[in-house]
Design a protein around this ligand. Structure first.
Ligand SMILES: O=P(O)(O)OC[C@H]1O[C@](O)(CO)[C@@H](O)[C@@H]1O
Length: 417
């Protein structure tokens, strides 16, 4: 397969926490310490673990990066290598993407997630994930009954199957985009009372680049083949992913869907294989008919291996997406379309660098072997492919447009596969 291994342009500097007044600074010095302290409140860890979490919270502000204590994680020695260039440096001086991914790996190291004993495999974010799922139950019912209608709509409305699938796909792509607004790492910072402010009514007006038509065309023409999802959050976003998966598989638009998941808890709400299985189980056992049908269809797709769940330590690593290993790149090359979800995965695509926001995204993301669609609400000062007039207008009307989670992109890059 012939594709460029690197962005076509020279690679700019990474975002770092020491950039005064930036959202990156706010995250490293305030949001991340809050997240560490919230773990103490929401779990029953013993005092030595809680003390270490409190130390971590304090040292983020101006202290140095601390090493990992030996643990049995399969990625332990790889992390030792990733850490080498940053030892003795302050959290705020190292690349933000490294700081954030390492922070979450360090939390698991501190809480003995990888060590045999009482805390082995205990997800420190379990409570937040569970609450996220519970608070989405009404939305889940609405969405699943809508999927059911879409699956039957060419029969009920006499619309051509191609047209009705096309309409359903556009709507599901929008849901899947806005489902990403609701991520728990931002919720931690906002507090409970602000959650109601997330609304999905103003969908189209807030999409800065919208390639959903092209994606729907691509998907309706496939009729077989595989679509891969680089999954982001558990909870409502995962439900939106699963509704899209259910629709493309149950309507026969594609023959397989593969979900790429995190091998361990990270970024508070990111989904693991366990989270997906738990969510599908919850749907299948719901006492609401339409939710249960959707869950049961997904269970059947799992059973027949039309739906595949996989994880890889690349997705929790500090690496840019162009540093992906050959086996994983070849695996993605088997897909007809790769759907990349969320802000952190988008930051990985762009290497979390200071690109000019109007840079053609295809000149950066030219290293993937298959067409890729990014569904991302903006939550960080990283972007590409936004028209200059749109940027100028947003700078006037909404100075926090890059980070307030109110704006989204549906960006397609056709790839070289
Ligand atoms: O769940 P998502 O969309 O990846 O968002 C999480 C990301 O957003 C942020 O909250 C802001 O960039 C990061 O801390 C993290 O990269």
């Amino acid at each position: 397969m012939n594709f460029a291994p690197l962005p076509k342009l020279s690679i700019p500097a990474p975002l770092i926490g020491a950039e005064k007044g930036s959202f990156t600074e706010f995250t490293v010095t305030q949001r991340m310490p809050d997240i560490a302290r919230r773990i103490v409140k929401e779990n029953n860890f013993p005092s030595d673990i809680n003390d270490k979490l409190e130390n971590l919270a304090n040292e983020l502000v101006s202290g140095d990066v601390q090493p990992l204590q030996p643990d049995t994680g399969a990625d332990f020695s790889t992390w030792q290598k990733y850490l080498e260039p940053y030892q003795g440096q302050r959290w705020i001086d190292i690349p933000w993407f490294f700081a954030e991914t390492y922070f979450y790996r360090l939390i698991l190291n501190i809480t003995n997630y990888f060590n045999p004993g009482q805390w082995e495999g205990v997800d420190p974010f379990a409570l937040q994930k569970e609450r996220g799922l519970e608070s989405s139950l009404d939305a889940i019912a609405t969405l699943s009954s809508q999927v059911e209608k879409w699956l039957n709509s060419s029969i009920e409305t006499e619309m051509s199957p191609e047209l009705s699938n096309h309409k359903a796909l556009i709507a599901l792509l929008y849901f899947d985009l806005w489902g990403n607004r609701v991520d728990l790492s931002l919720w931690s910072a906002l507090g409970d009372e602000n959650r109601a402010e997330f609304d999905i009514d103003t969908q189209q007006g807030h999409i800065l680049v919208d390639d959903s038509e092209q994606v729907a065309n691509l998907l309706t023409k496939l009729q077989s083949g595989r679509v891969d999802f680089i999954v982001d959050n558990a909870g409502f976003e995962l439900i939106c992913d699963l509704c899209l998966v259910d629709f493309i598989l149950s309507s026969g638009l594609v023959s397989q869907a593969k979900l790429h998941l995190k091998p361990h808890p990270t970024f508070v709400s990111d989904a693991t294989i366990k989270d997906v299985l738990h969510t599908i189980d919850l749907l299948a056992n719901s006492n609401k008919g339409e939710i249960a049908s959707s869950g049961q269809r997904l269970q059947r797709h799992l059973g027949s291996e039309k739906l595949i769940l996989t994880d890889n330590y690349f997705w929790t690593s500090p690496l840019a997406a162009w540093e992906i290993s050959d086996p994983l790149k070849n695996e993605l090359g088997e897909a007809e379309l790769i759907i990349v979800k969320g802000d952190a995965n988008y930051r990985r695509l762009l290497g979390d660098r200071h690109w000019n926001y109007s840079t053609d995204i295809a000149d950066i993301v030219c290293y993937l072997p298959s067409p890729m669609i990014a569904l991302r609400t903006l939550k960080s000062e990283v972007a590409a492919g936004i028209p200059t007039d749109v940027i100028a207008k947003l700078n006037q009307t909404d100075p926090n447009w890059l980070t307030n989670g109110q704006w989204g992109v549906v960006q397609l890059v056709m790839g070289n596969g």
